[in-house]
Design a binder for this molecule. Structure first.
Ligand code: GLY
Length: 586
């Protein structure tokens, strides 16, 4: 029997017609329960790192060590997170940054949960069609590798706000380790050497300032084991350390950024930098099988869609279907399609567009979507919403998680967007600039670098923040912080974090198992179920028979997660998909 449900009105005033096919119902009468929790016992396949007091998980071993030291010196999780963030700007310039932006989600030991939005902002001279060519087509060179690609950076303001509101140590103490690393040099690790080899030529070598930092006198990029000194970056760090964020937004560094823009046709002016503000925002919250889930609100789409997909999945007994079963993957992929379709329509900077947050994250809406999911048969994306196929992507963002001895927890995801951002270092600042303007919808319906399509809600406007997928996430069990997680991965961030949560809650995996398990992803357009190596060929065959367009592709994400047990132990896991990452504690 097919029932046409009543038209549902989302809070943005848009109408969604919901066709509810009762024949496709896969829900069970009693709400499916979560699996028993696992923290990692001797017989498990993968084992998390354990610590009794504080823990840091990041993509870079040196930055992790910086964070652990700050915790040992008595700093809280926010202090350690700020120090890690600054350190990554030196040790992991692919994504760690001062010239980019991101999001911090934090939950205090007393249960106050909040977030800091330090996403980049379009300069005042930005305009709707600035990334179109003469023929009116989106020109990705302009939005990715030109001086126009950069939004006004937010990282320095975000860390300063976090430090002021929630930190305990002086900012200068938190910047000092990064300053020492930039001044005295880092030993280039495999991760940086590999990325300099792969992306260096394409992204960095065309810019004299960037070449001077990351390439040697013989014109080749630094290699593993060699020492990389970043004197100009050290000077900028010293200025911020002495003068605070004003050095970046109003002082010498602002001069360097605005000068670079003026000289090469970029738009960021000193007044844009002076006008930048990091914003504290109420996180998106939801529940999943008795757990509370907090994540990043718009201008990230991450939290909204993680909660939305979890709400849909709550209607299915994933634990019974089993990890890696074709049925569980089918249900998750179908739920993802609906969420990404909504993303393209409704999500944008909430200071510019009305995002129908409540409607998108409501259990009732999720149930209506769940009722449209057929476990046996995939619905083609074209039937969900028409769109265009997408190109390939790059995904350099970075995430780190911190927990301190008192149980304060911080999850930070920040980025330059793609590897090394625009590749442009601002003047003599030593600071690489982002290419985050590509996350705007250059032209409705035209995919960005991640294959994501967007519309009006995410069109370029002066001072607007581009839509993101970054999803720093904290899960709470019985009123206590339980899982702190996040990942890079562009459009795949949402589904990577989703799988961390589902693997832990539904499949009873410990945090290392939940991290190591193979991942999959559907983003509605392209209509393709992207899977990592590691799933059974039988499962993939069954999924194909259900109508999924299965493609085995490269790995997704680099999650950095910490799980807290009721006895106070911290269990952490860095992602085996990255090299040189580390979880450590004390
Ligand atoms: N730049 C990728 C994102 O924010 O989702």
């Amino acid at each position: 029997m097919t029932i046409q449900s009543s038209l549902k009105r989302l809070s943005g005033g848009l109408l969604i017609s919901l066709l509810v096919s009762q024949g496709a119902l896969a829900t069970t009468a009693a709400a499916p329960a979560a699996a028993p929790v696992s923290y990692g016992v001797g017989t498990d396949t993968f084992h998390p790192v354990r610590a009794q007091h504080g823990m840091v998980a990041s993509v870079d071993a040196t930055a992790t060590a910086v964070g652990v030291k700050i915790l040992q010196q008595g700093g809280n999780a926010v202090d350690a997170a700020v120090a890690v963030g600054y350190a990554l700007a030196v040790t992991h310039p692919q994504a760690g940054n001062l010239g980019g932006g991101g999001f911090m989600l934090l939950r205090t030991a007393s249960g106050h949960t909040t977030s800091i939005d330090f996403r980049e902002m379009a300069p005042v001279r930005a305009s709707r069609n600035m990334f179109l060519d003469a023929a009116g087509n989106a020109d990705s060179k302009k939005s990715l590798t030109s001086p126009l690609a950069s939004g006004v950076p937010g990282t320095v303001a975000g860390f300063a706000l976090a430090n002021k509101e929630y930190g305990t140590l002086p900012l200068s103490q938190l910047i000092k380790p990064a300053l020492d690393l930039a001044r005295n040099g880092i030993v280039v690790n495999d991760s940086l050497a590999d990325d300099l080899t792969v992306y260096g030529k394409e992204v960095l070598s065309g810019h004299a300032n960037s070449r001077a930092i990351f390439f040697k006198a013989d014109g080749t990029p630094y290699r593993q084991g060699e020492k990389l000194v970043q004197r100009n970056l050290a000077h900028s760090l010293e200025l911020i350390s002495r003068q605070g964020p004003d050095a970046f937004y109003k002082g010498k560094i602002a001069d360097e950024i605005a000068g670079e823009m003026e000289q090469h046709g970029g738009l960021i002016a000193k007044s844009d930098l002076a006008n930048y503000r990091a914003i504290e925002r109420k996180p998106v919250g939801g529940t999943y099988r008795g757990y509370q889930v907090f994540s990043m609100p718009p201008p990230s789409s991450g939290g909204v869609h993680i909660v939305q997909i979890l709400n849909i999945l709550e209607n299915f007994d994933l634990a019974k279907m089993g990890f890696g079963s074709a049925d569980a993957m089918q249900v998750m992929a179908e739920a993802e399609k609906y969420a990404y379709a909504d993303r393209s329509q409704y999500l944008g900077d909430p200071d510019f567009v009305k995002v129908p947050l409540q409607a998108l994250t409501s259990k009732a809406y999720a149930k209506s979507l769940a009722q449209q999911i057929d476990v046996a048969k995939a619905r083609p994306s074209s039937e969900i919403k028409p769109g265009k196929l997408a190109p390939y992507e790059s995904d350099q963002t970075t995430h780190f998680s911190v927990v301190d001895k008192d149980g304060n927890a911080v999850a930070v995801t920040y980025t330059l967007n793609t590897n090394f951002g625009s590749g442009i270092v601002a003047g003599n600042s030593g600071i690489l600039l982002n290419n985050e303007m590509d996350d705007f919808s250059a032209k409705p319906g035209t995919p960005n670098v991640y294959g994501l399509v967007g519309g009006e809600a995410n069109a370029v406007q002066p001072y607007k923040r581009p839509l993101s997928s970054m999803s720093p996430t904290i899960v709470v069990k019985d009123g206590k912080t339980w899982l702190v997680t996040g990942s890079p991965g562009g459009s795949r961030i949402i589904t990577t974090v989703l799988q961390l949560v589902v693997n832990s809650i539904d499949f009873g995996m410990n945090v290392a198992e939940a991290t190591n398990a193979p991942r999959f992803h559907h983003q509605w357009l392209p209509d393709q179920l992207r899977v990592e190596k590691g799933f059974s060929p039988d499962t993939l065959k069954l999924l194909t028979e259900k109508g999924q367009n299965v493609k085995v592709m490269s790995t997704m994400g680099s999650s950095q997660s910490i799980m807290l047990a009721p006895n106070g132990m911290r269990y952490g896991a860095s992602d085996p998909r990255s090299i040189d990452d580390l979880t450590a504690g004390y």
